[in-house]
Structures are given as structure tokens and as C-alpha cells.
Ligand binder design. Sequence first.
Ligand SMILES: Cc1ncc(COP(=O)(O)O)c(C=O)c1O
Length: 412
Amino acid sequence: MDTQKIRRDFPQLERKINGERLIYFDNAATSLRPKQVVDAVSQFYLHYNANIHRGIHTLSMEATEAYEKAHKKVAQFINASSMEEVIFTRNTTESINLVVFSLYLSGKLKEGDGVVISLMEHHSNMVPWQLLRDKFKIKLHVVNLNEDGSLNLNHLEEILNKEEKIKVVSIMHASNVLGTVNDVRKIGELAHRKGAIFVVDGAQSAPHIKIDVKDIDCDFFAFSGHKMLGPTGIGVLYGKKEILEELEPFLRGGDMIWRVTLDKVTFNKLPWKYEAGTSNIAGGIGLGAAVGYLEKIGMDNVEKHERKLATYALSRLKELNFIRVYGPSERIGVVSFNVMQKNEKPLSPEVVASILDKHGIAIRTGCHCAQPLHNDFLGVRGTARASFYIYNTKEEIDSFIDVLSSLKSNAL
Ligand SMILES: Cc1ncc(COP(=O)(O)O)c(C=O)c1O
């Protein structure tokens, strides 16, 4: 994997921030986009812009073909059986909401039924289920974590053994705070043994790890294009064909129907049944280009590169005894930390981030949309987070460590 060659596809990396060359370590929030993706989007807008599925004129057919090709590319990327199993949404959040409300509308979740999530979940895999709990009396069970930030599988088994009516297990594949990679095959096995539907939040895994939905044997898998080089406003929900056929769509209107009379509606075939209204056509085409870009590098290479960077960052951070790092040693390229002061309280992560920003280094601060994880597990108000991707280098980590080192003598 030639990182220097890859970097040339990302003009934003040339930018100077506060007089310094940008070091972009905020990839878990959103990645940068290569020229190839921006080109694919602008080609559509400039040369074959038209609506899809509605016209028989040439441009409409070209746009339809490109949009459907993007579904096929994504299907291949995650090893889905066909594009019928690939629904384009706005993002992971919408994908999970689609699952939640389609299950509820279809009567698969009723008052008294149980849903299992975990304490490490992002709000997008927590708040939609809380709505079902608060409005429709679904029971929500939360799996605890082990001390090192891994999922407590014994607790999951305990819940599944004790509670009779568990209908859904919905767990993240990789944590956006701890970097933990959950054993989704094992979790899926446990969920299915109980007869529950298994939903995976893959927002932090699809960009970084080779995904094989057949091997995981999940019923749903959700992820976002913007975290994997694609445009914003485009996401994916993979669903097993037989389940998608059975469920009711919750977004309704144009394009998702087959026939409508004043009394009755029948739905379009998959996946369009779940894509109501005019789609984000340019976004879908851009996502197809992003997937093509990642496949050219090879997802095994992507993962290897990032794990190497994470291991290197952890070892360098260990040299700084005033830094507290959260999460297990085996992880994707996400490192959350706090700079500890002499009074044992963390220095505000926002202060740390603004000092790094003065040196052109972009990181994220706060709860990273995981407030229960911060409040009830880490016991801190927030953390600073550095997250890596294909264009980041060891040298950039060295610069990051240099700035953090200076905090010891200068700021504390
Ligand atoms: C693990 C995880 N799930 C879900 C999301 C939500 O993604 P989006 O905002 O693209 O819907 C994120 C975003 O950070 C995430 O890290």
C-alpha cells in the first residue's frame, strides 16, 4: 500500500492550517474524499443529470444505470447476495431508524418484547430503540462492558437466558470511542439461537475492515458513505432478502410503490421498496466510486495499515505518563484519551484540541455521540479522539506526540 501515492488523491491534505500542513485525525467523524469520488459526483451533475426510474429518455436511463451499478458495487463490497439486499439511505442513523420503525410497523416488535443493545453504542443505535421503549413499551436491555472496554459476552448470554421475549439484538461492530472490535459472528450466533433478529451498526467497521455479511450472518448491517471516502448524505442498510420482503417500509411515497389505487397500495420490488422519493443519486454514484477506490487498495491492506498506526500511536502515547488512553490494545485506528493534570482531573479535551489545531492537527472532542459510555463507564465528561485512515502516516503521529509532549512542560 503506497500511502504517499494515496495522499496525492486528497488535495485537502495540501492545506495549511494555522501555517502548518494539515494532519487530519478526525476520520471517525468523517473521512476526506479523493478526487475520484468528487469527479464521479461532478460527472453526474455536469453530464448526465436526470432523475432515475422515471423516464425513458437517454439521460434518465444513464442515471438509473449508474445508480443501480453503485448498489451492485456496494453489494459486492460487503458480499451481499444481490443489490436487492442493499438499500441506500442518508446515513447509518437513518438505516437504523429504518430497521426500528419497519420492525415495529410490521408487528415484529410489540409491547413487552425485548431489544438488546450495549453500553458502548453510539446514540444512533440507542436513541431510536429508546423511542420504542418510551412510546410503545418495548423493554430495552443494555449489555455491560469488561474493564478493558470489550463487550461482556457473559452478560449478553445472561440477558438472553433470563429474558424470554428478546426479539432483536442490535450491537455496534467497532466502537467509535474505544476502538473495540466486537465479535459479531459470536454475538449473531447467540442472537439467532434465541430466535432474535441481529442488527449490526457497521459505521466504524465498513470503512476499515473487510465486511462479509454472509460470514457475519447478520440480518441487518448499517453504515455511512461519508466515513469511507464517499459523499455526505448517503448511507447503506443491508438486509437479508427474506426479511426485507416480509417487512413493511416506513417511508412512503413516490418510487417505492408498484400500484396505487385510492384504497390500496402494493410496493415496488427490492431494494426500491425502501427508497421512497427522489434518491440522493449523485451521492449513490459517489459512494460507488468510493467503494471502487477502497477495493483497489484492498480492505485487508486498509485494515493492516490502520492497525499498525493504532499500535504505533498507543506505544508512543505510553511514553507520556500524563496521558490516559481508553479502550483495549487490539483495536481499529481510533484512540480516545485525556491529558491528566496534577490534580488527577483531565484537562478539558477542547483545550487539548485547540492547542493541536494551532499546529494544524485536527482531532475530535466531546462524547462522540456516546454519552452513556462516557458517563457510566469511562466516568469522564468527554475525551479527545484521534482517528486514522488510509492517508495517515507514522510521521504524522510523531508530530501529534510532539505537541502532546509539549503540554507536560508548558500547559500543566
Ligand atoms: C459507531 C457509529 N454508529 C453510528 C454513527 C452515526 O453515523 P451517521 O452520523 O453517519 O449516521 C457513527 C458516527 O460517528 C458511529 O461512529
